[in-house]
Write a protein that binds this ligand. Sequence first.
Ligand code: CTP
Length: 403
Amino acid sequence: MSLAGKKIVLAVTGSIAAYKTPHFVRLLVKAGAEVRVLVTDAAAQFVSPLSLATVSKHPVLANVSDGATWNNHVELGLWADVMIIAPCSANTLGKLANGLCDNLVCAVYLSARCPVFIAPAMDEDMWLHASVQSNIRKIQRFGNHIIPVAHGELASGLVGDGRMAEPEDMVKHLAALFGTERPLKGIQALVTAGPTYERLDPVRFIGNFSSGKMGIAIAEALAAKGAQVTLVLGPSHEHTDMAGIKTVKVESAHDMYDACIAAFVNVQIAVLAAAVADYRPQVREAQKIKKNEKEFTLALTKTDDILASLGKIKKAGQTLVGFALETNDELAHAQEKLVKKNADMIVLNSLNDAGAGFGVDTNKITLLRQEGKPIALPLQSKKDAAIAIVNHILELQHAEKIS
Ligand code: CTP
């Protein structure tokens, strides 16, 4: 198990879901992790620190200074390989989003240099409140990992979103971080990312606002699972130095097409996340176009559709994934692309969803496959969305192997 020997700080805050944390600690310890538990005063109302101390086999810490002892938050923050705040109440979330520090949990969070996971838990109305959602987006932008809330019965008796993820699922999220499971070892993958630029003349081009972040996150998630990735990247300020990724820089849709056709024969997975220009200027002027006329009409020619071209030559054993960026009738348009381009999966993002789309660090995606219902995932960081996409690709490959 990939958590063996990992040092984990678990911070428990005030929510009824805290009653699940002794079981969570047991699972972590069973997986070989070393666990130190912190509680807020409110958490201690919901779960006994004695239970947590017993299962973690270490004293539970509550205050920066307990009696005459100074609990060194900086030291704990440096000790941890990963910190998880579970359950994370709306109150603690608000503090994390704003840099407040009135207890040991916040002090360790601010001192931690390791990845931090946050598993929110609260009633649905609280969860959906604009201030809580804004805090979630804020702490995602700081680079924290959010473990999505689950749907189900809540302590209020209502049924809805807001339950803390199950301990077993939280263990999986932590294990995925350390990536010692490398199910894609020996597998070659192709990923496209970023925009394309179509030149009009020596100084101008037609482009779009794609940042390349989503595609790069997918390349990294594939490499973390052991794949050898060719990343065909359009003009982007983003880059990756991760081992296992070879970046091929291109400018136009035509360059990207050539690079993809060359790479595709050798890959088992292709994920086309680039925002490829659909049209390019019919003529590329050798000299700068002068503004002589009152009106100017630009003639455009369709570019080759890379996804559809790969869909045509795809062989058994190759998994082809495309994206669909839509503004209206999203599901219908994405479904049409899935069929028309012969993809195995389409990742739909709608520009109507707050926090999704170009430039931002978060995304809200829906996955459409040839079989089964669309899977709508919650708003999450692009890194977490990439991990989810790769996990679904693994499922598709597994399904093909046993069919
Ligand atoms: N795509 C591609 N080559 C193109 C255009 C798009 O490979 N010339 C790929 C994109 O990388 C994405 C998918 O096709 O994976 C869908 O892109 P999108 O822009 O949503 O759709 P289009 O096919 O361009 O259709 P439309 O613009 O009409 O929505």
